[in-house]
Design a protein around this ligand. Sequence first.
Ligand code: G3H
Ligand code: 13P
Ligand code: ZN
Length: 326
Amino acid sequence: MADKVHYSELGLVNTREMFKKAVNGGYAIPAYNFNNLEQLQAIVMACAETASPVIIQVSKGARSYANETMLRYMAMGAVKMAREMGSEIPIALHLDHGDTFELCKSCVDSGFSSVMIDGSHHSYEQNIELTRKVVEYAHQYDVTVEGELGVLAGIEDEVVAEKSTYTRPEEVEDFVKKTGVDSLAISIGTSHGAFKFKVKPGEKVPDLRFDILQEIERRIPGFPIVLHGASSVVPEYVEIIQRFGGKMEGAVGIPEDQLRKAAASAVCKINIDSDGRLAVTARIREYLANHPEEFDPRKYLGDARKELVKLIKHKNEAVLGSAGRV
Ligand code: G3H
Ligand code: 13P
Ligand code: ZN
């Protein structure tokens, strides 16, 4: 286990201030998942160049892939790199989908400035109990906590099952009060991964449930709301992946106009992982297909990194509205 360290020693900040500004300013803070050096470099480059506050987030799987000690220094390096670029963007290191108290505690102890405890698969009472326990621990170190109410739909879910897993607005006030969370992830029709809806080619995907979002806002005005599963599954990347040997038929995501509308509301954190994966995979497939003689990872990973920078800048500037908010 890594030595104990407080996130402030790494130059990181928690999410409190950035969320306050985002809610008041009508934009959303981007939360980009990363697992490796090139993804993190791309996030820092793009966010520094667009002057966007950012949450760099890792899942449980990413943490064991990257190694927890390595991650700490990567996060510290991310802050230093931004500063050396002349940028003062605030950077938070967040645990995405923490599933146990122990994992959240371990992240708090090893330098994370924010953690998510995802108790959404438990009963309402158990979710409250687990979330409150994490909040009690994390707040001792001024680490902010994201909770979740409602389960995000997956591609396997039937329409009826999807409906029953939307966040129930009548629960949010009670949940927030009893747990003390700093932000709340909700389920209004987004879903994780690259296959978010079963639609025929050319068919429009269903709109997000803005009526539920509005009702949640009405019940907890100004409270920071988080949207997971918010990749657009950029069709250009899906096409490149397929052209160069990949198999992604039926991949579809959340249209950008829906995300813009959400970002202008109480949604102040938008999670993006799949789009980054697609950008990287598209460019690597294309590069290797066009340069069969090449075996220097810097070549194809460099190309992938460049594409990721382009994608993140676009998200910050044209979708989330976080560019220039520092
Ligand atoms: O919501 C989940 C994130 O996309 C992380 O995925 O667990 O495969 O790292 P992962
Ligand atoms: P996507 O799969 O839509 O990128 O969602 C990522 C996410 O919610 C991470 O927590
Ligand atoms: Zn998620």
